[in-house]
Design a protein around this ligand. Structure first.
Ligand code: UD1
Ligand code: UDP
Length: 352
């Protein structure tokens, strides 16, 4: 059996690492890297650190508006699918690379396997929400991380070949947590002490692409007295430069380049709180039992909201501040599976 896997953006490399490891014990896999993310610290570092097999194809699509970026991927992926004739095409999550892969395969009648299916924010202004809905509706096998995701698909009348296998990101965390303790030296490198800082990540278009939102967010960060560390996403860095907003004005803030996965796990595990708008980072905060504040109005990961383990603030400065300062003591539950999602996916595909 031959699987053609589409990867393109940072979180997809991390999700694919555990799945690929198991998959290759049982079947042939070929990887297409669309090139959506291309900086060494947004791409290569994950392939090296997580021992993800080198992509068989690199499309070098790069950045651009949605139409240009997705369109270029469609044309290039189509050629490869026609040549490779895979049994299945596998996509992860909700990026433009996900949508491009799914659309090509569906039109060529190659069954699509969607990992992290069924997530919904119910906000169609998010490009990710469009990508998820479209991908789920053309997929043949839908692997969901939570019961909520299954319910979302049921509401949209998608019930065939839908499985809750748990979250592959949980597999990745369990596999790499101890390794991170051994190998990462990021706390010393960044001059941080455990549980004495907040970790920040911001990159959602709905935040970065609006100067007022970014001003409000930075105002909140200025009012948080504790040390803060922010591995900054290139999108955010470019936008702040365009707006003329200077992070040097925020007291006690250490801005660093994007870090590798082992360093990120270390920063997360040792943070006092995590302040983010990332999907994956919200979940990792939950896995690590570190309280999270999410600078968004909605989340797909509703399970994390229980007991204020994760608090949604939107971009209101005072709400962000109040959430960061709030003392919480949540009860963390096993709602993201048992860390064996990759095995379950491969097992289910093998039986088809
Ligand atoms: C993309 C995904 C988003 C995901 C995120 C993970 C879409 C629509 N969005 O958002 O769902 O959460 O990846 O990080 O697919 N850039 C660089 N170097 C890089 C990559 C990007 O400088 O290696 C800069 C470019 O200025 C680019 C901008 O970041 O225009 C945005 O990149 P893009 O891949 O379009 O979207 P992300 O914001 O990364
Ligand atoms: N991540 C990382 N280095 C960083 C920031 C994030 O390794 O500097 C990891 C993080 O641990 C998580 C994933 O990247 O596994 C989340 O990706 P991102 O926030 O870019 O996208 P999203 O999950 O929002 O789609």
């Amino acid at each position: 059996m031959k699987i053609l896997t589409i990867l393109g953006a940072r979180p997809q490399f991390i999700k694919a690492a555990p799945v690929s490891r198991v998959l290759r014990k049982h079947m042939e896999e070929k990887i297409i890297h669309t090139g959506q993310h291309y900086d060494a610290n947004m791409s290569d570092i994950f392939f090296e650190e997580l021992h993800i097999p080198k992509p068989d194809y690199h499309l070098g699509v790069g950045s651009g508006n949605h139409g240009k970026q997705t369109g270029e991927m469609l044309a290039k992926i189509e050629e490869i699918v026609l040549n490779e004739q895979p049994d299945y095409l596998m996509v992860y999550g909700d990026t433009n690379s996900t949508l491009a892969g799914a659309l090509v395969a569906a039109k060529l009648h190659v069954p699509v396997i969607h990992i992290e299916a069924g997530l919904r924010s119910f906000n169609k202004k998010m490009p990710e929400e469009i990508n998820r809905i479209m991908t789920d509706h053309v997929s043949e096998y839908l692997f969901c991380p939570t019961d909520t995701a299954i319910e979302n698909l049921t509401t949209e009348n998608i019930t065939h070949n839908v499985f809750n296998i748990g979250d592959v990101m949980y597999d990745a965390v369990l596999y790499n947590r101890e390794l991170a303790k051994e190998k990462s030296n990021i706390l010393a490198e960044a001059g941080l002490t455990a549980k004495n800082y907040h970790l920040i990540t911001i990159h959602r278009a709905e935040n970065t692409d609006d100067i007022e939102n970014m001003k409000n967010i930075l105002d909140a960060f200025s009012k948080i007295e504790e040390v803060k560390v922010w591995p900054i996403h290139p999108r955010t860095k470019h936008k702040l430069a365009d707006y003329g907003l200077n992070l040097g004005d925020v007291p006690n803030l250490k801005v660093i380049d994007p870090v590798g996965y082992l360093d990120m796990l270390t920063l997360e595990a040792n943070a006092k709180k995590i302040v983010t708008d990332s999907g994956g980072v919200q979940k990792e905060a939950y896995f690590m039992k570190v309280p999270c504040v999410t600078i968004r109005e909605q989340t797909e990961w509703v399970e994390t909201l229980s007991g204020d383990a994760n608090i949604l603030t939107g971009t209101d400065t005072e709400k962000i501040l109040a959430a960061v300062q709030k003392e919480v003591n949540p009860e963390y539950k096993e709602v993201f599976g048992d860390g064996q999602a990759s095995e379950k996916i491969v097992d289910l595909i093998s039986k088809k």
